[in-house]
Design a protein around this ligand. Structure first.
Ligand SMILES: Nc1ncnc2c1ncn2[C@@H]1O[C@H](COP(=O)(O)OP(=O)(O)OP(=O)(O)O)[C@@H](O)[C@H]1O
Length: 289
């Protein structure tokens, strides 16, 4: 399967700040990828590299098989909605669509107009007077009407109320179904990611902590609660991702008696907690017993 994003030991430094290091990823096409990590983890940096807004300091990156932003044609294939849904406050909604049509060779005017109607946006309204939710809808409409092959959304729903968020995410899923577009979505809202994502990247301290197909990752982890077993009671090769008091998240495909399935939130929190150093370096149960 073709990779929409392929990175090899990708890194970015700003002066002596390492924003991203040793990032090796392969994202298959047609996925909705959730990018999650604490503030300052490097998420916007990774998304900026994918869009070609910033250049790497190390390693390589290919987006849809080409260097990011290598040509006008390549730019047209990637839609980007930056944090806080940037729009031009003094232009009307209709002006935005006209601008979109002029700047984008694959512009889908029918799709843009249909969505504006469906979301009850007044074409004559100045964008600066739209609510946060309406602005996000306008930005998503413009990104979708580009008929891009890859949509990059940097915390697009952060400022939205729960209903607007649900509508936005539903629209996103509709686009994925209708347009076959691949999506990378960064968010701190794990419940939202659980709803829409089928691929996950956990980033912390400038490094990828976990990446893969959500269903597969969930199947490879288990949660133990109550009296925790010692290393010697765990299947050989089990990796303890996080353990505290009476809960443990482990990585193994061997079923463990009494263990529960993890959900996306368990999984992300276990890796983020480990990265934050609460339980030290990753522990590997002794495999040679
Ligand atoms: N232009 C810049 N100049 C200097 N340092 C930067 C610049 N952009 C980002 N950084 C630093 O790089 C690191 C990663 O920042 P980045 O914005 O990628 O994180 P993030 O995961 O998107 O954070 P948030 O969730 O808060 O948006 C941070 O330490 C940040 O301070």
């Amino acid at each position: 399967m073709t990779a929409v994003i392929e990175t090899q030991a990708l890194g970015k430094r700003y002066g002596h700040v390492t924003a991203l290091t040793d990032c090796t990823l392969s994202i298959p096409e047609g996925r909705v990828v959730g990018l999650v990590g604490p503030n300052g983890a490097g998420k916007s940096t990774l998304l900026g590299l994918v869009c070609g807004l910033i250049a790497p300091s190390a390693g390589s990156i290919a987006v849809l098989g080409n260097p990011p932003a290598a040509s006008a044609a390549q730019l047209a294939r990637v839609g980007f909605v930056a944090q806080d849904a940037p729009i031009y406050g003094s232009l009307t909604v209709a002006d935005h669509l006209r601008l979109g049509a002029r700047l984008n060779p694959r512009w889908d005017a029918a799709l843009a107009e249909r969505r504006i109607r469906q979301r009850n946006l007044d074409p004559r309204q100045k964008a600066g007077r739209l609510s946060g939710g309406q602005r996000a809808q306008l930005a998503l409409t413009i990104a979708a009407a580009k008929r891009a092959d890859l949509l990059i959304l940097d915390e697009p729903v952060a400022a939205l109320d729960p209903l607007a968020r649900r509508a936005f995410l539903q629209d996103l899923l509709d686009f994925v179904g209708e347009l076959g577009v691949s999506v990378v979505l960064s968010s701190h809202l794990l419940g939202d990611l659980e709803r829409v994502c089928d691929h996950l990247i956990v980033l912390a301290s400038a490094r990828v902590q976990l990446s893969g197909d959500v269903a597969q990752l969930l199947g490879e982890h288990q949660r133990l609660t109550g009296t925790l077993p010692g290393f010697d009671r765990l299947p050989a090769g089990t990796e303890i991702i996080h353990a505290e008091q009476n809960t443990m998240v482990v990585r193994t495909t061997t079923p463990i008696d009494g263990a529960d399935r993890v959900d996306l939130e368990d999984l992300v929190l276990a890796y983020l907690t480990r990265a934050a150093g609460f339980d030290g370096a990753p522990m590997l149960a002794e495999a040679q017993r």
